[in-house]
Design a protein around this ligand. Structure first.
Ligand code: PLP
Length: 394
């Protein structure tokens, strides 16, 4: 007889450990001022870094395309779901990141799983930064390759692992460019040179860099090493404000993924209207370049203010500004207190981040004003915490 499932006691254990996750219902458009759980709040936790998710031009492009082409894509890309708008978007994305070709996926999670499983298998080696996004790590678990996680940004550790790969094994190294919970940036030029010297392939997940860094062309472009990144992946649901993801690389990589990436083959294509919306967002990256400039200014303002107040925010130069609180309860209390003050900042706890490093993941958007940032800083300075202390420079 099989063991009966007992979800209740698992859920109770999560509750007791302050690990229970709750959803809050958004009933307005996505934006820095939103109606969440029936309350008007200022949002500091979305990934809509450029404020494009409800931009009128993006919304209109979506509406027009839905009016012409309907809503559903009807099938996978390899059947009858590959629309001219998808194709146009792939070409625009490839041009934007300076790669010969690009391939659309329905989500970043699907892209990472599918690409890793297509590129490495049982006989191969996969090396990843230990703080990579869950979708890359899950791809590592599923692909069957010999999978090692090196220390965060530990290039000596990576080199040792690379040196142990033998000539019969393909080796793929995968790293986030901008780490999603810390906002720090991987030294891609050095990682890329290391990979090239050992004949390993480098895959970069630029979910939090594309659209923002490198004039909106992504982190490898910003760091001058785009040529050294044969497998580039980015999402379209963050700075681009829509949804989906893409992988960019040379012609044979893309053709190979079309034949072999199961999360590309066995899934319904994104609605064509989403592709139209992404195309509108890509145009806005150039037409409204002020969004990136304004965001950069807000990041500097937040950093300066936080340092002045002695808040524990690290030195992130990106829109992701974590406030380290340590204990899970401290992060939850802080998030709840800010909520009462009218700010929505989510608490991030293990297993999303390592034990003992619960935090507020504060994110900035081009639609925030300087006043918004100053008001948040004021609230952070006033945080009453019983179980932790957000002040004091480490
Ligand atoms: C670094 C990183 N990669 C991949 C993903 C997954 O992308 P998506 O939300 O499109 O599935 C995310 C976030 O969700 C992410 O932060």
């Amino acid at each position: 007889m099989a063991k009966p499932f007992d979800f209740r006691s698992e859920l109770d254990a999560l509750l007791q450990r302050q690990r229970y996750r709750r959803r809050r219902i958004l009933s307005s458009a996505q934006g820095v001022n939103a109606l969440v759980g029936g309350k008007s709040v200022r949002v500091f936790c979305s990934n809509d870094y450029l404020g494009l998710a409800s931009h009128p031009k993006v919304t209109k492009a979506f509406q027009d395309a839905a009016g012409r082409f309907g809503v559903g894509s009807g099938a996978s890309h390899l059947v009858v779901g590959h629309h001219a708008l998808h194709h146009e978007l792939e070409e625009a994305l490839a041009a934007r990141v300076g790669a010969p070709r690009a391939l659309l996926f329905s989500s970043g999670y699907a892209a990472n799983l599918g690409v890793i499983a297509a590129l490495v298998g049982r006989r191969d080696v996969l090396l990843q930064d230990k703080w990579n996004h869950a979708s890359l790590l899950d791809g590592g678990q599923l692909c069957g390759a010999k999978f090692h996680r090196y220390g965060h940004l530990d290039l000596d550790g990576l080199q040792r692992r690379l040196d142990a790969v033998d000539e019969q094994q393909h080796c793929l190294v995968a790293t986030d460019s901008v780490f999603s919970m810390d906002g720090d940036i991987a030294p891609l030029p050095r990682i890329s040179a290391l990979c090239a010297s050992r004949n390993a392939w480098l895959m970069v997940d630029d979910a939090h860099g594309f659209g923002v860094l490198g004039e909106g062309r992504g982190t490898p472009q910003a760091l001058g090493c785009a040529e050294g990144v044969p497998v580039y992946m980015a999402t379209l649901g963050k700075a681009i404000g829509v949804g989906g993801a893409f992988v960019a690389g040379n012609d044979s990589l893309i053709e190979y993924l079309i034949q072999r990436a199961r999360t590309y083959i066995y899934t319904t294509a994104l609605p064509p209207a989403m592709a139209a919306a992404c195309l509108a967002s890509l145009r806005l990256l150039d037409e409204e370049a002020w969004r990136r400039d304004h965001l950069r200014m807000l990041i500097e303002r937040f950093q300066r203010g936080a340092q002045h107040l002695g808040l524990r925010v690290g030195a992130s130069q990106t829109a992701i500004q974590p406030l380290m609180l340590g204990a899970d309860a401290a992060a939850v209390e802080a998030s709840e207190w800010l909520w009462e003050e009218g700010f929505f900042v989510s608490a991030i706890r293990p297993p999303t981040v390592p034990e003992g490093s619960a935090r507020l993941r504060i994110t900035l958007s081009a639609d925030h004003s300087e006043q918004d940032v100053d008001d948040l800083l004021c609230a952070l300075a006033a945080l009453p915490l019983e179980s932790g202390e957000p002040h004091g420079n480490e």
